[in-house]
Design a binder for this molecule. Structure first.
Ligand code: NCD
Length: 299
């Protein structure tokens, strides 16, 4: 089809008629669901594990290539999302702004999955983290359990969602936040308010890297994170002492300690530790597909 000038009148009328037919039939006859992947921020695991999960449950993927999209012509993210809603059955959205997905719920009628909103939340990561932990412990039983969260607690959405989730299912979990003061939860922040209102009796802060060995030796789970430099409105000095794991640091930890990381990592876990049986971050990567299959299936 090159030019409208070449089209026969009959063909044009038929397009109108068939468009009506397809509009009426679409949802009723087509039970293959289309999932829109809208990532306004970089992603490897979340995006590709969703894509893999969609293929495995027999769905179809429509993926926005943000860099070649009409944002280059000045289109807003709002208009982009409103548009893609018309093409898909479910929207999976990642956005750099905290609260953005919550805003989308006001103007989008189709189901939306938050694939990470700024330094807010990352619920599907928390669910796959829970699934990974539960392959070793049963957190649904209200037994005491110690989890250490290290690195960037202030800006890591994975930590925020994981704490909300674990606190929902088991009130006997003790959380130890291991970081430098700048990267611990800050007064006034939503996460700070949440833990102080809901986990008051079971949180512990560790500011001192000197007693970190002692802290680590008590844990059942150690959840590491990278520093979220892209979210900081201050220049982070690399000479700040955050937790960097080593064989020596984990030498006397519990036999059944599991070490987790949502990835990507920077230098907080050296690759030389990857074969240590306590390290489970690539289990998390694999579980991400199964947990996302379950989420998509249930939605
Ligand atoms: C995390 C994220 O995007 O929040 N990665 C992930 O989804 N597996 C962690 C991070 O970026 O540090």
């Amino acid at each position: 089809m090159n030019s409208i000038k070449d089209l026969h009148l009959e063909f044009i009328k038929n397009i109108m008629v068939y468009s009506d037919k397809f509009k009426l039939l679409d949802f009723k006859t087509n039970d293959t669901r289309i999932f829109g992947l809208l990532f306004f921020e970089p992603s490897t695991r979340t995006c590709l594990s969703f894509e893999s999960a969609i293929h495995k449950i027999g769905g179809k993927v429509l993926k926005l290539d943000y860099n070649s999209s009409s944002k280059n012509k000045g289109e807003s993210d709002y208009d982009t999302i409103k548009t893609i809603e018309k093409y898909v059955d479910v929207l999976i959205i990642r956005h750099p702004e905290k609260g953005f997905i919550n805003e989308c719920l006001k103007f989008i009628k189709k189901p939306i999955i938050n694939a990470g909103d700024g330094d807010g939340e990352h619920p599907t990561q928390a669910l796959l983290d829970l699934y990974t932990i539960n392959n070793f412990y049963d957190l649904f039983q209200d037994k005491p359990f110690k989890i250490g969260l290290a690195g960037d607690i202030r800006y890591s959405r994975t930590i925020h969602s994981l704490v909300y989730l674990l606190n929902k299912i088991n009130k006997n979990i003790e959380f130890t936040f291991i970081s430098i003061p700048q990267l611990l939860p800050q007064k006034g922040d939503e996460f700070y308010n949440y833990i102080n209102n809901n986990c008051k009796n079971n949180i512990c802060y560790s500011y001192s890297m000197n007693d970190v060995k002692n802290q680590l030796n008590q844990l059942d789970v150690l959840y590491m994170t990278r520093i979220q430099k892209e979210r900081m409105d201050f220049t982070f000095q690399n000479n700040h002492q955050i937790l960097i794991l080593s064989e020596d640091l984990i030498k006397n930890t519990k036999d059944n300690l599991i070490i987790m990381h949502p990835l990507p990592r920077n230098d907080e876990i050296p690759e030389t530790l990857d074969n240590n049986p306590k390290c489970k971050y690539f289990d998390q990567v694999e579980n991400g597909v199964y947990v996302r299959m379950a989420i998509l299936h249930l939605i």
